[in-house]
Design a protein around this ligand. Structure first.
Ligand SMILES: [Zn+2]
Length: 1014
């Protein structure tokens, strides 16, 4: 009875409503409109931009914790999205960051997964970009960009059998040539969209209607890598007033219920038409795109879709413009269907400034320690994958998966860029460390299996226990620091991840002076002891405690340096024993101290390369290579930029130097404090020059007997801030090269791009920031040249660099800042490290390498040595008792045919056309000799991220027309691979990706994916 009563009451209320609200009814909005020819088509592209860590960590963003920092929960976005899409089949959405999507996907029921698959199949939900994150484009190495994109693309392929076709780099702070041609065209993308280009460039492009271009990022591969590229008119948000996030202060919903106050349909339609016409004024053709969303939006997706439903309905009723649900794919196809020509864009979009004093060139160097860690892990990941392949994958549980995940996350445009909050930067490091530990087990295990048995496959529990030393750069390496009792041996296995034989000097810390190094045949190897200086020991103790959690117990006194020779993709073993007395292995050192009173120059360098130091002042002054007679003056110095705090600016233009922005207000040379002694340590393998520049800068310059470049190791920090001013430390190297404002910097470690000081090819540059506005991202290096010589500097991580004076190159090594730069991170970039009961500003240690060549000779060194920097020799240690020690079953190994070496110009870092006369020609790789013990069953050429066959990709990929006809000469590309000969041809700058089925000596057929590049 009670129920009956309720029914009657409801009925009554409904009747009453029916009388009052004559107009109120369920409204069906017509959202089915497609493109209409002859009208201005407004493509509404619903999207969310989900940073893979920034103010919160990736997991906090996903689950929506720590919301006092930022109210953001990606799980809510994806949860609310699906019902909103199901509510109307015309609604569309794009999703980008697979690090988030995969977190969500794996928790869904089979039913929900099925629903989502249907939404993907119908095109309502489209994956674009599709990498693990939206990677940064300045501080990233191209191998990392490929790896993180491949990781996402493979998941999308497996789960949905689709291949993303659009690049969507809407937030990174400037855009690289490698992004356009390699991570765009070579991935198979038809177009690429982004939000951030220089404000001066954007104004000119708006005026000329050239925001949308055909971008040809590669000189070598020229028109074959053209891609349609669109810069947005403002940013990646909707036009002002069309923002519909739930609870947002600025939202103006479309109110179309006449029974409520503030009915606004006509105003909203007028606003829409006005905003559309304004955008049409700066865009070619009658198609414009509205990016309907921004950071972490659609947490209540219905709020956006309901308003867009109404807008599409009423705007199309109005008829002045045509509004439609769209996607970047539909928009791209519409642009292509016009069959028009577009302006041609070459090179890149660096540096980026968003207003007059705001050059986003500080982040090229921000968090230099994290940047090095990412680079070290990248090289290690490459080596670990090779060892996993050689040993054969087994089910021991150790893989490289966690490292792959951590590295992919670290490529995000607030991660390796150094622009996240401190707790998030710590999270990136933690993930890398966890990934490293797993990969370290895999590496140790693989090496143990491989030295124990010639057929390592299937090996699970090897006897030998290898240890590695990730903190070797700060001279912390417990396995080598043990005092070798008589009869004990330290065995070092050295792995080379490069495709050619390599001879190098490695160094390990030791406590004992009397040591002998032998190769695996028992032959004594030349070695040299170098003292570990006090400054290094202090850093070692402090940082080892901070990172490992306990103070080191031993204290090594020397670096033991010795020469190793390691075959291609293989290893060699060396044995270190304590000698009864100091034998010939350790050559007595000579120490010179100049106190500034001597007038003669001091020469260092045991080989062809000679450096002269002026005794007065202790600077190096002359560079001379005996072999090729190249000579130049050379002077290196340090200075710092004082960071502007923005206090003198109008409140409107307030701009401090910060994590993103480099805004100096003065430059101050650093003069050594008093008479700084220069200590020279000479030896048979190398000479070292030590300079304690001041209380926070220490420098060691090394000249090797067998190398023709200078290695500089700097230790910088803590940068003093006691005068309340942030500082950005740079080093300058001055030569006598007449560079005439011109220098060259790499793009993501690959091509070199010509830069001219105070000049941009695309517009007439107004110079407001002569230092910051001439900074470029450096991943591999930079160089300058004149008619005789070229001067190159290569780096060990991404940094900012420039040439602000003719003949001079400048690198920014470290920055410590006290103000936020107003771009959202909300923290000053003031990194500190706590240990031993105190906290100090971060000290950074690193290396750069420099060399002067005659004109035309430098490219070879930049390419081959750059590759050695990326893939340093991997060292693993094990201690053995003298009695038990027998030689390893397999003391040396090469993964390829021992008589084969990859051609000189086949490497991972490569050359561009005309760069080097010998090396920029087509090269061949013989696969049979690359996989000597395996049978190649099948070989398939794939797209760069291996998610589709290359031929299929070529067939599908849209061809665009540029207004400026591009070079019509045939673009050199390697031809198809003959299945009998199995020889892969590589043209200059080409990267080819193959999936190869191998069998025979392996238990089961195994598929191996290989990127080969020239
Ligand atoms: Zn972002």
């Amino acid at each position: 009875m009670k129920d009956m009563a309720k029914f009657e009451i409801w009925f009554l209320i409904l009747m009453v409503c029916g009388l009052w609200m004559v107009e109120a009814k369920y409204m069906v909005y017509n959202t089915s409109q497609g493109i209409v020819a002859g009208k201005l088509n407004v493509h509404l592209v619903p999207h969310t931009h989900d940073d893979v860590g920034w103010l919160k960590t990736v997991d906090q963003y996903y689950v929506g914790s720590n919301n006092s920092i930022q109210g953001a929960c990606v799980e809510n976005v994806l949860d609310s999205l699906i019902p909103a899409l199901l509510a109307d089949k015309n609604r569309k959405f794009i999703y980008v960051e697979q690090a988030f999507f995969q977190r969500w996907w794996r928790n869904q029921s089979p039913r929900m997964q099925n629903t989502v698959r249907q939404l993907v199949n119908s095109g309502q939900l489209e994956f674009i970009n599709g990498g693990w994150c939206m990677h940064d484009e300045a501080a990233t190495h191209y191998i990392d960009m490929i790896d993180q994109t491949t990781l996402g693309h493979n998941y999308i392929k497996q789960q949905f059998n689709v291949t993303p076709r659009i690049g969507w780099q809407i937030d990174p702070f400037g855009h690289s040539a490698v992004q356009a041609y390699l991570l765009g065209a070579e991935v198979g993308f038809d177009s690429l969209f982004f939000g951030r280009i220089d404000y001066q460039d954007r104004e000119k492009r708006k005026a000329e209607k050239s925001l949308e271009v055909i971008w040809q990022g590669s000189k070598s591969l020229s028109s074959s890598t053209q891609i349609f590229a669109g810069a947005f008119p403002k940013n990646y948000e909707p036009p002002s007033g069309f923002y519909f996030e739930v609870n947002d202060n600025s939202a103006i919903p479309v109110q179309d219920d006449v029974n409520l106050f503030d009915y606004n349909v006509q105003e909203r339609v007028n606003d829409f038409v006005a905003a559309a016409l304004s955008q049409a004024n700066i865009t070619r053709s009658n198609h414009i795109m509205w990016t309907m969303g921004t950071d972490f939006k659609y947490q209540y997706a219905e709020s956006w879709f309901k308003n867009m439903d109404k807008l599409i309905h009423y705007v199309n009723q109005d008829g002045r413009v045509n509004a439609l649900y769209s996607s970047p794919s539909i928009y791209t196809d519409a642009k292509h269907a016009l069959d028009e020509s577009w302006p041609l864009k070459t090179d890149d979009y660096f540096p980026y400034a968003d207003r007059i004093n705001a050059y986003w060139t500080g982040y090229f160097t921000s968090r230099p320690a994290l940047k090095l860690y990412v680079r070290m892990m990248s090289g290690y990941y490459l080596a670990a994958r090779q060892l996993e392949f050689f040993k054969g994958r087994s089910d021991t549980g150790t893989t490289t998966e966690l490292l792959a995940d951590a590295l992919a996350i670290a490529q995000h445009h607030d991660a390796v860029s150094g622009t996240s909050k401190q707790h998030v930067a710590d999270d990136y490091s933690k993930r890398l460390f966890i990934g490293y530990k797993q990969a370290e087990d895999l590496v140790s295990n693989s090496l143990a299996c491989m030295v124990e048995s010639a057929s390592a496959s299937g090996c699970k529990n090897p006897q030998i226990n290898f240890k590695q030393c990730p903190l070797l750069n700060i001279s912390y390496c417990p396995p080598t620091e043990a005092d070798l009792a008589p009869g004990k041996k330290l065995v070092v296995v050295v792995y080379n991840a490069l495709g050619w034989k390599r001879t190098d000097v490695v160094r390990i810390p030791v406590v004992n002076k009397n040591v002998i190094v032998q190769d695996s045949n028992g032959k004594e190897i030349e070695s040299q002891l170098l003292p570990i200086v006090k400054a290094s020991i202090a850093i070692r103790n402090y940082y080892a405690t901070a990172y490992v959690g306990e103070s080191p117990t031993s204290s090594p006194k020397y670096w033991l340096a010795f020469t190793v020779t390691v075959p291609a993709l293989g290893f060699s073993s060396y044995v270190i024993t304590s000698g009864k007395q100091a034998v010939s292995a350790s050559i007595p050192q000579t120490f010179y101290k100049t106190d500034g009173s001597q007038s003669d120059a001091v020469e260092v360098g045991p080989g062809n390369l000679k450096l002269s130091y002026s005794a007065n002042g202790g600077k190096f002054t002359q560079y001379f290579n005996k072999r090729n007679q190249v000579r130049s003056s050379l002077e290196q110095s340090f200075s710092y930029y004082s960071a502007d705090d923005g206090s003198k600016d109008d409140w409107k233009d307030l701009q401090a130097s910060g994590a993103y922005v480099f805004r100096p207000n003065g430059s101050f040379p650093i003069h050594p404090e008093g008479k700084v002694p220069v200590t020279i340590i000479r030896g048979s393998l190398l000479d070292e020059v030590h300079q304690n520049i001041n209380s926070w800068i220490y420098q060691i310059t090394r000249v090797y007997k067998e190398k023709e470049h200078i290695e500089v190791e700097f230790t910088v920090g803590p940068i003093p801030i006691d005068n309340g001013i942030g500082k950005e430390l740079v080093t300058q190297i001055q030569t006598d090269i007449k560079s005439n404002k011109t220098f060259y910097t790499d793009s993501n470690g690959r091509d070199f791009i010509k830069r001219i000081r105070d000049y941009r090819a695309d517009w007439n540059l107004q110079v407001n920031q002569p230092a910051a506005g001439n900074y470029y991202p450096i991943n591999l290096g930079l160089f300058l040249k004149d008619n005789n010589n070229e001067f190159s500097v290569l780096v060990d991580r991404s940094v900012g660099g420039s040439s602000l004076v003719d003949g001079q190159l400048e690198l920014m090594l470290h920055r410590r800042l006290l103000h936020d730069d107003g771009r959202g991170v909300g923290e000053a970039l003031n990194e500190t490290v706590c240990a031993l009961g105190k906290c100090m500003g971060l000290t950074v240690q690193g290396k750069y390498y420099m060399r002067i060549d005659s004109l035309g000779e430098g490219a070879k060194w930049r390419r081959s040595f750059g590759q050695e920097i990326y893939s340093p020799l991997l060292l693993a240690f094990t201690e053995q008792d003298g009695d038990k020690f027998t030689k390893f079953q397999v003391p040396t190994f090469t993964g390829i045919d021992p008589s084969y070496s990859l051609p000189d110009n086949v490497a991972i870092i490569t050359l561009q056309v005309d760069e080097d006369k010998d090396l920029s020609t087509t090269a061949s790789v013989e696969l049979k000799r690359l996989f000597p013990k395996r049978k190649i069953n099948k070989i398939k050429e794939m797209s760069l991220t291996a998610n589709q066959e290359r031929a299929e990709m070529e067939k599908k990929r849209i061809k665009w027309k540029a207004e400026t006809p591009s070079d019509l000469r045939d673009v050199p590309r390697g031809g198809p691979v003959d299945p009998k000969k199995l020889v892969v041809e590589l043209a200059p700058m080409e990267i080819r990706t193959f999936v190869i089925d191998l069998s025979q000596s392996l238990p089961a057929a195994e598929s191996w994916k290989s990127h080969m590049s020239l």
